[in-house]
Structure formats: structure tokens, C-alpha cells
Design a binder for this molecule. Sequence first.
Ligand code: G3H
Length: 537
Amino acid sequence: MKDCDGIFVSEKDIPEKYRVPRLDQREYLLEGRMARWDGPVQEVRSPVCLREKGEIRQRVLGSYPLMTASESLAALEAACSAYDHGRGEWPTLPVEGRIRCMAGFTNRMREKRSEVVNLLMWEIGKNLADAEKEFDRTVEYIEKTVEALKDLDRASSRLTIEQGIIAQIRRAPLGVVLCMGPYNYPLNETFTTLIPALIMGNTVVFKPAKYGVLLLRPLLESFRDCFPPGVVNTIYGDGREIVTPIMETGRIDCLALIGSPGTAAAIEKNHPRPNRLRTIYGLAAKNPAVVLQDADLDLAVKECVLGSLSYNGQRCTALKIIFVHRKIADAFLERFSRAVSGLKAGLPWDDGAAVTPLPEEGKPEKMKAYVDDAVAGGAKVVNRSGGEVHHTLFTPAVLYPVTESMRLYREEQFGPVIPVVPFDDIETPLRYIVTSDVGQQASIFGRDPDMLSRLIDPLVNQVCRLNINSQCQRGPDLFPFTGRKDSAEGTLSISDALRAFSIRTLVACKENDLNREILQTILRERKSSFLNTDFIL
Ligand code: G3H
């Protein structure tokens, strides 16, 4: 690992364009206005440390409200009255109107790019290239969502006649959605539920994750100005304090959460009428890579480094365990550890920084505990300087050989520690995957089409995306993203998300003169937004 010591500099050495002022957020979005918070706050400390007077300390970025049940219940009330049992302005607005609001929001959002990107770097330690990508990918996601909705609407702007019944079938909103995003993609993954939920006509209570909160502050006025009052409401604070009471009311129709299975279960069980609650989850994953004996090693190494260490391994899709055929294990490890040691450690805006400080409190120590446990069980850290803690920075550690008895074998480390397991028989990784509690994705590296196809068929029934000679990843966002077992509920992609946040509803009548005449009048005079055959161009 290059340049670990000394990455933390003093404030004056941070390039001007990446400096951010202290941001003490006291506002939250309620019923279409910026409400003021005067209660207790959560201090936000950046993973980036600064060197001041010979000491290295995490930069204090600012603070955000630590709300109570009463504010979150008010946010719920606002969302419920904006929805008004499906009779509110937003759920009854024609699709074109909702699209116009979303387009206005996207334009306003674009203006905030550099502010949000800077906060992404400071708040969660994402490097500049990835922070910019997260922002741009999110804008593109919104634009493509609008296009997908137009397509959906065009396909529904006709009547169907079947067995003497005329019907118009469309998708309608679910109601009030509680959206909870993750800290690792606080903008993108949050918006991949928030945006489809909104554009389908739902109203939303939105709670950001514990980290990655302030970066959403620059967007609040845009939400306020671009959507009718109460359509988007934000809450901040401890989940038990503010989420439990709103779930207990039974007025949340849909829970969209990217987080852990434990959190999802704990929140869901508070709903008094579970059958009325739709859930859309992105949860745990422990995606394995399987490197076969005939794999192209350079390619496998390149993809495994990207897959396991992009954003320091803090991706739900990260490769979190690597199985390597014993015959090529030494050669793989030699190249893999060399590549890992070659990654540059730095501050998020430093040119080419790949290893950056970790945002979660106590995370380097948690990573160290994984390393210690594996070493105590007989594994070695095989890369130079692997597993060192430098304040909030943890140098990636490659551990070999990892066995079933070690915590890293099954636990999702969600960070820069990479367990490598040798195998002689392909049954070893296959059994691992079959017996896993999670089933998001897997990667296999090899050249022989016969061998690969023998693995494809059983593995596609274990995971929801099998990557050949490629790392695991969510994108492109047009592709379906989901998982089996404890990994997910529902499918997200640009078009699938529109379906996930809506329900099919139809207006139907028996075919006779009276009904034909009524339908024609309604359509001709454009009396209904649901029952109409307008075609969005
Ligand atoms: O944390 C999970 C993200 O959805 C991963 O997305 O594979 O495009 O980095 P990505």
C-alpha cells in the first residue's frame, strides 16, 4: 500500500474547490415547507481527518436533527393527507403532470451537482470519480424512469375488449411509502426507490441512513418547490425513535428499505396489519467469486480487485469471498496481492485515490477484528501492509487460506477485507452458495464453455445474477436487480421499480350501447385522467 501515512493534511492543504463550510441542518421538509428544528442534533463527523496542531482528528462537518416520534408522526400525517386515500392532488394528477414535476426537479437537482458531490466525498469518503458517477447515474436514472413511465402509459392508453367486457387497465399508486436509504449509496440507492415511488403517484416519508444525511440537504428546496405540499416529507434521527411509531399506526402502505435483514424484520413487525404492507428490500449479500483452474488470471485479478475493493468493499454487490482452485491459488494470490498493494490510499479528491477513509464509527476496528479472527484460525494476511489502521483508514487485507470456522467465511464484512478460500473440488464453492442464507449474485472466472455452462444452470437458481469473467454489480440500471433468500424482496430496475411501487387497477364494463356511449363521452371530453386514451408523445 502506497502513501498511507501522511494522507491526512491540514485544512489549508485541501484544494479550494473541494472545501465545504460547516453545515448545521436545522430544517426538514414537512407539508411543503421547510420546518425548523430546535431540538437535539446529531453531530456529523467526516471520515476525513485533518491534521491540526500536530494532532489528527475527524473533521466536524456539521449536524442534523435528532427528531422524536412527534415530528415523524407529523410527517406521516402530511404524507397521508397529501395522498388523501388516493383522492389527493398528486395521486390523481395525470401522468403528464407528474412527469412535468419530475423534470422540474431534475433540472434543479443538476444545479446542485458540485455541492452534493463534495458532500458525498466528505460525508461518506467516496472518491471523486465514484461520487460524480453516483450523482450522474442518479440523474440519468430519473430521466430513464420518466421515459419508462411514458412507455408504460402509452401501452395502457387503450381499451381492451375481452369476452364482452371493455376495460382500461393501468397502474395506480399504493399509498404512503416509507423510504429508507443506505449510507453507501445515500443518493443513488435512495433515489432508486424514492423516484419511482413518487412518479407513480405515491406520497413519501423519507428517512436517510445514519451516514450520508447532509448531502441531501441541498435538494430539499427542490423537493419543496417541484412537488405539491406533503408529497415528500423528511425525517431524521434514530430509527427506533422515529420509525417505530409511524409503522405502529398501520398507515404506511409500502416500506422501501435498503439495509440489513435484521433492520427490515424489526421495522416490518411493528406494522399492525402486515398483509396491507408492501415491502421492497435490498438486504444482505455475500457474493462469491469462483476462480476456476483455467481462468485468465490477469482478467480475474482485475475484476476481483474492482469487485472486492471499489469504494473499499462497501457495496452490497461487492465480491465478499473468493474461491480459487488450489492449483492456481499461489499464482492468483501473488498477482492479486500485488494489485491490492498498488492501490493508492488518499483523500477522496486525491488524484487516483482508491483506498479512502471509512465513514462508519468503529469500522477500522471491526475490520481488524475480522483479520485477527482469521489469523487466529490459521490464515495469513498475504498482501504487504494489509490490515493496518490509520485513524479512519484501513488498508485492505487479503486473507488466505480462509476456512469455514472463521467469521469471514459467512459474515458480510462490508469493508476492505478479502477472504480467499482454496478448493480442489467445484462442489466446495457450490455447496457454499447453496447453503448460504443470501443469494444476490456470483462471479465465475474460467474459459471452458462446457465447464461454465455446467455451472450456469445450477447457479442461476441460487442467485439472481451470474457474472462470467466479470465482477458483480448492480448496473446497468435497466437490468433487473434483486436477490434470493435474505438478499432482497421485489425487483428494482428502471422499469421494474415502476411496477414495484404501483398496483394494476382497471375500469371495466359490459359491452352494451349504454356503456359504449358513456365511455365515448368520457374519452371524447377527457373527463377522467385514469380512463383516457391520450398518448404521451
Ligand atoms: O450497494 C449496492 C449497490 O446497489 C451497488 O451498485 O454494483 O452499481 O456499485 P453497484
